[in-house]
Design a protein around this ligand. Structure first.
Ligand SMILES: *Cc1c(COP(=O)(O)O)cnc(C)c1O
Length: 430
């Protein structure tokens, strides 16, 4: 594989940005190689600056559910571009994306647009604390909710990958109100609530964790979170930044039949542009400025281009009812193919999947929480990643991330990927 241009660009980038990247997992450090620089993408395929093409299972870490450069989204963006890119004044485009969400997700009565998932979660917590008059937040180990100070505690993915326990620069005083518990552990949650439930403003959770690899909540755990938060009048915040409009149009809360008080979004709702949002109960949301006293603002929030990409992405998802079945079917095909290989080559590996989110963990134990996820053989994942990349398959460059499929991942794409997986297994495990 020729990677001369990528190498030169990375060397230049290293002199410009810390670690040469603008987000840590892009550096490929967890898979022990240098990153490839991407030139363009179309459908399920991305092409790097040396002309190598890859079938893409990162999809910008989830947003590109329609595949890269979807013609409808691009056309809408081109048109929006002609009208000017930002006004700092309301546009109808904000109504369009907001109503797409409010009209279709029953727990979301009001919504506010921001610019990233980090910002959405950070503000949702401020709001929950204001609403309840309490300070403590309960989160789960291995769940990632963006990089705001108070949430950089046992936060999965990037941190897990880089082996950083939380982060320096976060004062004790900021995280002393963040309580953590093991994911999928109902007893731990009940115990914490019985001891300090009246001080807990909110429980925040990824309903299908995707930032320690894919680890779904059990139905019982989801139910428990709803029950205890109701009993103690804390808020339940579901972080659907990854799962929203991904595992179902109405998100994981639909699959689990749990109605959260607040939901956080990003990724798919931006259709590849920077958008975040949080929304939920009217009586809670009405505390937000300018209606209420909880301050939050954003110069580029609700930006016309971002609203356009998000709206047209959701519009297409909503009006093609079969899309989620198709995504599920294709990803199941991938799962089955990988399982067959795992058996055939007698590899110690476990697969977790929810809809079009999938992870292969190199451990023979079930992966249900942070602890079991961390038992995975990350060196083996790195080896698998490199073999796959060599064969034109672009997997997430970390054991602790989800693979994503798009509507462009058709039979041929899956077959080609499984063929590459077979050759990679042959190279590693034979
Ligand atoms: C990606 C992600 C975030 C952070 O979103 P950014 O837009 O990267 O700030 C938060 N929560 C979850 C569950 C995520 O997957």
């Amino acid at each position: 594989m020729n990677n001369e241009n990528s190498r030169a660009m990375y060397e230049r980038a290293l002199t410009l940005m810390p670690g040469g990247v603008n987000s840590p997992v892009r550096s490929f450090s967890a898979v022990d190689m240098d990153p490839v620089f991407i030139q363009h993408g179309k459908g399920a395929t991305i092409t790097d600056v040396d002309g190598n093409s890859y079938l893409d299972y990162v999809l910008s870490w989830g947003p590109m559910i329609l595949g890269h450069a979807d013609p409808d989204v691009i056309r809408a963006l081109e048109k929006a571009l002609q009208n000017g890119t930002s006004f700092g004044a309301p546009t109808e485009l904000e109504n369009m994306l907001a109503s797409m969400i409010v009209d279709n997700v029953s727990s979301v009565e009001r919504i506010r647009m921001v610019n990233s998932g980090t910002e959405a979660v950070m503000t949702a917590l401020r709001l929950a604390r204001a609403f309840t008059g309490r300070s403590k937040i309960l989160k789960f180990s291995g769940n990632y909710h963006g990089h705001s100070d108070g949430l950089l505690v046992q936060a999965g993915s990037g941190i897990m990958t880089q082996g950083i326990p939380g982060s320096p620069g976060v004062p004790e005083s900021v995280v002393e109100n963040t309580i953590t518990a093991p994911y999928n552990d109902e007893n731990a949650v009940r115990k914490l609530f019985s001891e300090q439930g009246h001080e807990i403003a909110a429980v925040i959770a990824e309903p299908v964790a995707g930032n320690m690899g894919v680890v779904p909540m059990t139905m019982e755990f989801a139910q428990t979170l709803r029950e205890v938060t109701e009993e103690y009048e804390s808020l339940l915040i579901l972080d659907e930044v990854m799962t929203g409009f991904r595992v179902a149009f109405e998100g994981a809360q639909y699959l689990y039949n749990v109605k959260p008080d607040l939901t956080c979004y990003s990724k798919i709702i931006g259709g590849g542009l920077p958008v975040g949002a949080f929304g939920g109960r009217f009586d809670v949301m009405k505390l937000m400025a300018p209606k209420g006293p909880v301050y939050q603002a954003g110069t580029l929030s609700g930006n016309p281009l971002a609203m356009t990409a998000g709206y047209h992405t959701l519009h297409k998802l909503l009006n093609n009812g079969h899309i989620y079945q198709q995504l599920d079917r294709q990803t199941m095909k991938m799962e089955r193919g990988l399982r067959t290989l795992i058996q055939e080559y007698d590899v110690k590996a476990t697969i977790n999947r929810v809809g079009s989110m999938l992870s292969i963990f190199f451990t023979d134990q079930p992966v249900t929480d942070y602890e079991s996820a961390s038992k995975s053989d990350t060196d083996m994942y790195g080896q698998f990643f490199r073999e796959m990349l060599e064969r034109g398959i672009y997997l997430p460059p970390s054991q602790f991330e989800s693979w994503f499929l798009s509507v462009c991942h058709d039979d041929q794409v899956i077959d080609q990927t499984l063929e590459a997986a077979r050759d990679s297994f042959e190279a590693i495990f034979k």
